[in-house]
Design a protein around this ligand. Structure first.
Ligand SMILES: Cc1cc2nc3c(=O)[nH]c(=O)nc-3n(C[C@H](O)[C@H](O)[C@H](O)COP(=O)(O)OP(=O)(O)OC[C@H]3O[C@@H](n4cnc5c(N)ncnc54)[C@H](O)[C@@H]3O)c2cc1C
Length: 511
């Protein structure tokens, strides 16, 4: 064994970066190892010709500003991370069909009052139930702060201060919105964000969904000015500044144990000794490939079996650089959802086919004018899949055809829905599929979302049982496959909280 560290963080995705910085802020000797030659996982950037593309970001939530910092904003402040954020003014435009089959084309601004006004305009009679909805999700915000502040929860305090949160947190989002008497068309509009959690409204827990709406609508979304690589480098610089050590092109192969307690990591660059490991790796991979089978707890084996078919959403991204500005093209929105239907259950079923109609257009220059050289723009399309098997079963020829088909579909979506032909202006185009993400991130079937937050496996259920999730001494998994689910914000929070648990164990002399 070479050197000895307090903590080894394996993988520098969002959770790994957040965990690594949190450990050095707490004074721990920390090594970060990353199999790729760059940090960040999907929080990165890549270049084609004269353009730089963000591989993933649409919008990031829970940052906040000024004296209304969100959970993420507070973590960043505590850990000395200062990113140049740009606020996203509108939530989205959505071109789809309401659940009753009638056409839908709505543009919804951020901010509670503007959001309610807009929905009232599209669906008269929504205002009153929407006010109640926003009161409820504000209460959930306060309940969340109380529940996750690291001190024990007092049920009596919760009953007194968060009665409606307790009443609704056991229910799915559709049932709660119906109970609030929100008209179905307004539910369809609110539900546009469902794919950000990957589970349809009749299945995703209201606490989780309502809180996401609060964060995106009330607190507003942000994006980094200079791609998500900027965020990653801000974390890395802070990590180095506080004495952290990082090895790139270094793959963790196996976790090493002394009895039933972790004692190190076998890497492609040699063995490393440590007291704690935070692994930014999907737990399926850890248990199946990276540790002795006899040390995998029975509970984890059962969870593995239950989650086997519950991997969350997989993505394809189609990136275009156009040699005309958004203004010249008439692309006025930042984010446009093209969905076959606003019925989330039906759409979730449609997403099982790789030929599904679902697509999200992001036009970066509309909020970041210098996202590309003057007179040009960069746009991306995100296609979602709720099943991953088609991709792994394709021949090489079928794979290239599928990529070409997605490019054509994006061009067609913009032509059909926005009446804009981008074809003559395409200077660069690139496609990432679930196979690309599997290769770069090492996640099962390329999912960047971990496991579906279904009713039996929601964030609340996971959070109330955190210690049970971490029952291998000294080894904790972090990232989208861990307790807080997917997303930039969730994985930063998850990394920071889990680093706190590991550091507390170190203080107590190791678990
Ligand atoms: C196309 C797309 C669009 C998205 N848009 C948004 C959005 O707009 N807003 C939002 O909030 N979220 C978005 N997400 C989701 C979000 O990006 C992810 O949920 C989150 O970044 C996952 O972070 P993670 O910590 O799980 O790490 P990952 O990104 O999965 O990174 C894991 C890291 O660990 C490394 N690693 C793995 N195995 C090993 C090993 N054995 N040894 C060493 N290193 C290893 C990998 O190389 C990688 O760098 C998007 C995702 C995608 C793919």
């Amino acid at each position: 064994m070479a050197a000895k560290y307090d903590v080894v963080v394996v993988g520098s995705g969002n959770a790994g970066l957040s965990a690594a910085v949190s450990c050095v802020v707490q004074g721990k000797k920390t090594l970060l190892i990353e199999k790729h030659n760059l940090p960040g996982g999907v929080a990165s950037s890549f270049s084609r010709g004269r353009f730089e593309f963000d591989p993933s970001v649409h919008e990031i939530c829970d940052v906040g500003a000024g004296d209304d910092l969100g959970h993420v904003g507070l973590i960043m402040e505590k850990n000395g991370i200062d990113v140049d954020w740009v606020t996203v003014p509108d939530c989205y435009r959505c071109i789809s069909k309401y659940s009753d089959g009638t056409p839908m084309d709505v543009t919804i601004p951020a901010g509670r009052e503007a959001y309610i006004d807009a929905i009232e305009k599209y669906v008269p009679g929504s205002r009153e139930p929407l006010e109640k909805f926003f009161d409820l999700i504000y209460e959930i915000r306060l309940a969340k702060v109380y529940m996750f502040d690291g001190t024990p929860n007092d049920p009596k305090y919760m009953q007194k201060h968060f009665p409606n949160t307790l009443k609704t947190c056991g229910y799915d989002s559709l049932s709660v919105m119906k109970a609030l008497k929100i008209p179905q068309k307004a539910i369809d509009i609110i539900g546009v964000y469902w794919p950000y959690l990957g589970v349809p409204l009749d299945e995703v827990n209201f606490f989780h969904f309502g809180n996401m709406i609060d964060m995106y609508v009330t607190r507003r979304a942000v994006v980094p000015h200079h791609t998500s690589h900027e965020i990653t480098m801000t974390f890395m610089n802070r990590f180095y500044e506080l004495g952290g050590e990082a090895w790139f092109n270094c793959r963790a192969e196996e976790f090493l144990f002394d009895g039933d307690k972790i004692c190190g990591v076998r890497t492609s660059m040699g063995d490393v000794e440590c007291d704690q490991v935070l692994a930014n790796i999907n737990p399926h991979i850890i248990y199946a490939n990276m540790m002795p089978k006899e040390l995998v707890p029975e509970r984890e084996k059962k969870l593995y079996a239950a989650r086997k078919n519950n991997l969350s959403t997989r993505f394809s991204m189609i990136y275009f650089a156009l040699n005309k500005s958004c203004e010249e093209l008439g692309l006025t929105d930042y984010c446009v959802f093209f969905a076959g239907t606003a019925d989330s259950r039906k759409e979730y079923e449609n997403l099982k086919s790789i030929d599904n109609d679902y697509n999200i257009l992001i036009s970066y220059n509309n909020i970041i004018p210098d996202a590309s050289p003057e007179g040009t723009c960069v746009i991306s399309f995100t296609k979602l899949f709720s099943d991953g098997k088609d991709w792994s079963e394709m021949t090489a020829e079928e794979y290239y055809k599928a990529k070409d088909k997605m490019i054509e579909k994006c061009i067609e979506d913009v032509k059909k829905n926005l009446n804009i032909d981008i074809t003559p202006y395409i200077e660069e185009v690139e496609v990432a599929t679930p196979m690309t993400f599997a290769r770069y991130l090492g996640t099962p079937e390329g999912t960047p979302y971990g496991f579906e937050v279904k009713s039996w496996d929601g964030v609340i259920a996971r959070m109330t049982d955190i210690e049970a999730d971490f029952n291998i001494k000294g080894l904790r998994h972090i990232g989208a496959g861990s307790f807080f689910g997917d997303g930039y914000s969730s994985t930063w929070i998850n990394g920071d909280m889990t680093a706190g648990l590991a550091c507390a164990d170190l203080e107590e002399g190791g678990k």
